[in-house]
Design a protein around this ligand. Structure first.
Ligand code: SF4
Length: 326
């Protein structure tokens, strides 16, 4: 039986952190046997937030290493750079004719993207972001897109574009559906609701156990708990939120020991660092091996790009044929 197709991707903005791991990669790994996954390194999408492309190749390679080290099998799931498959931009241009400016302005995620920008700094690329995303998904005839709740509006725009194209020219595209993931969102070491490299509050998949310990030492805890004997409130503590994810067996005991003042924050952080290091150790070790295999990484990209291109070219042939152009 032909497997259903999933399109998922990330913008290559550098090495990945544990938030990416629990928020997306764990899910991708689970899905890779049941579906035909395509993994997009969305390097064109990076341009909406930065025109500095100096490190984009290295960032793409770093992300590739993290994906493979985490357990995604490139034999099963092609991994490829968006910029290397020209059909993305071609399909985007056609799709741009199928969606109104008004519809794109109503996209709720646009507000998040441009929140900190004054109107004169909002570029066309921000508005057109969901159109390029629609091309990313439909070029591979994606049936599902694994997303969190906040990304559902983008999938809805993709569905509308597919419907409009099919009605205007003929049935080519599936109406993809969101595959809602209930993955937890990890908070940052500084207590920010988002773990993000730009905020400097991350634990990277490439961090050594020593680096993890150092970072945990600075993590925000319950500020009312000054010393070991003080009763603490785990529910407001960043470290405890990590215990709940990476140290599930001991979390209930840590919760009560913290409340009763039996546990000090220094010991608690060391325990947490050890558990995260243990959890990440297979990924960290695989990553170390991959860092020295540049040829293998380049071949993996070339191979992924060939497989993605074959599918993209096939789709564009169909598109051109039903549109009677080219
Ligand atoms: S003892 Fe642990 S859970 Fe309690 S406040 Fe300190 S670091 Fe957080």
């Amino acid at each position: 039986m032909t497997k259903k197709i999933i399109l998922s991707g990330m913008r290559p903005t550098g090495r990945l952190h544990i938030g990416h791991f629990v928020g997306a990669l764990e899910n991708w790994i689970k899905l890779q046997n049941e579906y035909q996954n395509y993994h997009l390194i969305a390097d064109y999408h990076v341009l909406t937030t930065s025109l500095n492309t100096k490190n984009i190749y290295q960032d793409s390679l770093d992300m590739l290493i993290d994906w493979i080290a985490a357990g995604i099998d490139p034999e099963k799931s092609p991994m490829f750079r968006q910029s290397q498959i020209k059909e993305h931009t071609e399909l985007q241009l056609i799709f741009a004719m199928l969606v109104t400016v008004n519809r794109l302005e109503r996209n709720p995620t646009l507000k998040d993207q441009v929140r900190d920008l004054s109107i004169e700094n909002v570029i066309y690329g921000h508005l057109g972001y969901p159109v390029l995303q629609a091309a990313d998904i439909l070029l591979y005839k994606g049936n599902y897109v694994p997303v969190g709740e906040d990304q559902v509006p983008h999938v809805e725009i993709t569905r509308e574009i597919a419907r409009k194209f099919n009605n205007a020219f003929g049935e080519v595209f599936p109406e993809c559906e969101p595959l809602l993931t209930k993955s937890p969102r990890l908070i940052g070491l500084d207590g920010n609701s988002k773990m993000s490299k730009s905020l400097g509050n991350t634990i990277l998949l490439s961090d050594s156990p020593e680096e993890i310990t150092l970072k945990l030492r600075k993590a925000v805890t319950d500020t009312q708990k000054q010393r070991k004997g003080d009763p603490g409130r785990p529910e407001v503590c960043v470290v405890f939120s990590y215990h709940k994810h990476f140290n599930t067996d001991e979390a209930p005991a840590i919760d009560s020991d913290c409340r009763e003042g039996k546990l000090g924050c220094v010991d608690c952080k060391l325990k947490c660092a050890a558990k995260i290091s243990e959890f990440l150790s297979p990924v960290y070790n695989r990553r170390k091996e991959l860092e020295n295999k540049t040829n293998y990484l380049i071949e993996t990209l070339i191979n992924g790009e060939q497989r993605a291109r074959e599918k993209a070219v096939e789709t564009m042939k169909e598109v051109r044929s039903v549109m009677q152009i080219g």
